[in-house]
Design a protein around this ligand. Structure first.
Ligand code: HPA
Length: 289
């Protein structure tokens, strides 16, 4: 098949080069911090901070609780590229704009992507403040970052999604969470565009089709990361139970407040899990890495 050169590849490459010029760190792990979870980045040492608006083609994050800052630093000696905040479809960005940062991290040499988000809990076993490891997803955004010409320097035309969420990484999280004495769930995340929260009828529909959580992010990033062959871990913070489940209305304040309350718990969990992901990557490093 003829090689197609796309703007997506060139833009990601340019953003990656810009970032690499600003740090001597060469992170193998990328971390995306969702709504209200930015405080996790405060634990990094020797950090270089680059506002998204300074990085070529990075979308600015206009959402509340999303700082829009790339932080390159080390957490317990592990170099990390941490995105404080992300862009969403509901802000008016296209799927390829949303995943540009993920592709830039991939071009920088990031091999494992850890995504966090705030989500509505659909599974009745969950409660506000629960942490849920994503086992799988359902893309209901009616959009896909891989639509259009495929650049094989990014990945295959039809990437497999059977193991989108690395099973060993999920096991690391379950084990470390148990060691830390916190409960954790595993579930299926349904991605919608928002920006409105769902109706109770939509939540009943999502439950029927097998969703445990609902949110407005993450899935496009997972698709782009898997397209490039990155390993993925994603953890949702249940910021609220989904529409119609409690009789309460859902507010943005509730979502952000739960995220902020969970940030230290999530940081402790990540501190335990990241060395294991790092070990996984090292054990699979090839001469070409
Ligand atoms: N629905 C969709 N996205 C969300 C929710 C929700 O209830 N909570 C946090 N993000």
């Amino acid at each position: 098949m003829a090689t197609v050169a796309t703007d997506d590849f060139l833009r990601a490459e340019q953003a990656a080069q810009f970032i690499l010029e600003h740090t001597s760190l060469r992170p193998r792990i990328g971390l995306v911090l969702g709504s209200g979870l930015g405080a996790v980045a405060a634990g990094l040492s020797d950090a270089v901070r680059i506002p998204y608006e300074d990085i070529p083609y990075f979308p600015r994050s206009t959402a509340e609780g999303h700082a829009g800052m790339l932080v390159l630093g080390t957490l317990d000696n592990i170099p990390l590229a941490v995105m404080k905040g992300r862009a969403h479809l509901y802000e008016g960005y296209s799927p390829s704009q949303i995943v540009l940062p993920v592709r830039a991290l991939g071009r920088m040499g990031v091999r494992a992507l850890v995504l966090t988000n705030a989500a509505g809990g659909i599974n009745a076993e969950y409660s506000r403040g629960a942490l849920v490891i994503l086992r799988d997803h359902i893309n209901l955004q009616g959009q896909n970052p891989l639509l259009g010409a495929n650049d094989e320097r990014l990945g295959l035309r039809h990437p497999d999604m059977t193991d989108a969420y690395n099973a060993e990484f999920r096991q690391f999280v379950r084990e470390e969470s148990e060691r830390l004495g916190g409960g954790i769930f595993e579930g299926v995340y349904a991605a919608v565009t928002g920006p409105n929260f769902e109706t109770p009828a939509e939540i009943r529909f999502l439950r029927t089709i097998g969703a445990d959580l609902v949110g407005m992010s993450t899935v496009a990033e997972v698709i782009a990361a898997r397209h490039m062959g990155m390993e993925v871990l994603a953890v949702s913070c249940v910021s609220n139970m989904a529409a119609g489940m409690t009789g309460e209305k859902i507010t943005e304040e509730e979502v952000l407040e739960t995220g902020e309350r969970l940030a230290s718990k999530l940081l402790a969990l990540l501190r335990a899990v990241l060395p294991r992901i790092d070990g996984y990557l090292q054990s699979r490093a090839t001469a070409f890495d």
